[in-house]
Design a protein around this ligand. Structure first.
Ligand code: FAQ
Length: 320
């Protein structure tokens, strides 16, 4: 059977299988659209983890204590690991790592908007753990149940690590928020700058989200962008109150009827400008990534040369 041939019966059987919570594995037949949207999402997710190392990585050499430095190094390394699981999951769909790298470096593939904002001081490095990892878990817990097996399984481990990241970020914010007036002011200033970018991480409003309908039917997405944003808002407002910090949204209000917090208007033009490459740090992030890629060329070449040498030796041993 030609596994790439898409016929109507196979498509209908596939759709019924995933609707019934069946898990799809790499060698199973799948519609081209399913493969394509997963390569898009998983590779973009991987790129986000890798580019996402930069804003916090900037603070490793300037962490305020040895304890904070050790935690930050471990966290940034975890993000590299997440990127690698995700690239591996995407490779099972037939795309190569080189192709994914090329798509990122040429600007064809996206990565999360959130990593295009600067970390101006220590509070920014800390708030990433609380707000960005908090948003990442909210989005990724449902992805553990994604219909595509390798992605869902990668997410289980990623979420365990993100939970630790979120807690260390919250603990770091607690120390700042309960510290000296200057430290509390730093924490509030970081929240003022990171709040709106964090809330927009969940993607455009449902009415402007072209991938949502099909990917919900395929059980890649379990909740819509706005549903996840709402869960996050309800969680984070409570946490900000516990910290004694003020969410920088003058229109934020609690709706007694629904039991949910309601956000003020979001500036989606600003979001799309960042996604299109015009955020405060897009160019810097890509320049740094390109340099790391170029500097790593000798490692990739050495690994290929070693693998070739080993294969040759194995063949010679087999022939002898
Ligand atoms: N930034 O139709 P939808 C992390 C694009 S990992 C940039 O709604 P979809 C860990 C979207 O790609 C953070 N672009 O798309 C960490 C699409 O464009 P395309 C990353 C965005 O896929 C913490 C277009 O807009 N997490 O933080 C964004 O159904 C700390 C239309 O959008 C993931 O990637 C955005 N924020 O829903 C690391 C999770 N939002 O592809 C270091 C997996 C949307 O057609 C430090 N991904 N776009 O050119 C997902 O769950 C989904 O892909 C969404 C978007 C929810 C992000």
């Amino acid at each position: 059977m030609d596994v790439h041939h898409e016929d109507k019966d196979m498509r209908a059987r596939f759709d019924a299988y995933v609707a019934d919570e069946g898990k799809v594995e790499p060698k199973d037949w799948m519609p081209d659209g399913y493969r394509k949207t997963l390569v898009r999402q998983i590779s973009q997710h991987a790129h986000s983890e890798i580019i996402g190392m930069q804003p916090e990585g900037n603070w490793i050499s300037r962490a305020p204590s040895l304890r904070r430095k050790m935690i930050l190094i471990a966290k940034v390394q975890d993000e590299a690991g997440h990127g690698l699981y995700l690239y591996s999951a995407a490779e099972t769909l037939g795309v190569t790592r080189d192709e994914m790298d090329e798509a990122l470096l040429s600007g064809k593939a996206k990565y999360s908007s959130i990593f295009n904002y600067p970390t101006l001081n220590w509070a920014d490095a800390v708030i990433i753990g609380w707000l960005v990892d908090g948003a990442a878990i909210t989005n990724q817990i449902p992805l553990c149940r994604c219909s595509f097996g390798p992605y869902g399984r990668a997410m289980v481990r990623v979420c365990k690590e993100e939970a630790f990241h979120q807690r260390q970020g919250y603990e770091g914010m607690m120390v700042l928020a309960k510290g000296t007036p200057e430290q509390k002011a730093m924490a509030q200033d970081a929240l003022n700058r990171w709040w709106w970018p964090a809330i927009k991480m969940f993607g455009p409003p449902d009415s402007d989200s072209p991938h949502s309908d099909q990917n919900t039917l395929w059980k890649i997405k379990r909740f819509s962008n706005d549903e996840l944003r709402q869960k996050y808002l309800d969680m984070v407002v409570k946490q900000a109150n516990a910290l004694g910090l003020t969410i920088p949204d003058p229109d934020l209000k609690f709706d007694e009827d629904t039991g949910h917090w309601v956000s003020g208007p979001m500036d989606w033009d600003e979001f799309w400008a960042v996604v299109k490459g015009n955020g405060p740090c897009n160019r810097q992030r890509m320049k740094h990534r390109q340099k790391a890629h170029d500097d790593g060329l000798w490692v990739r070449e050495a690994a290929v040369a070693f693998a070739e040498k080993q294969a040759k030796r194995n063949n010679q041993q087999k022939a002898a």
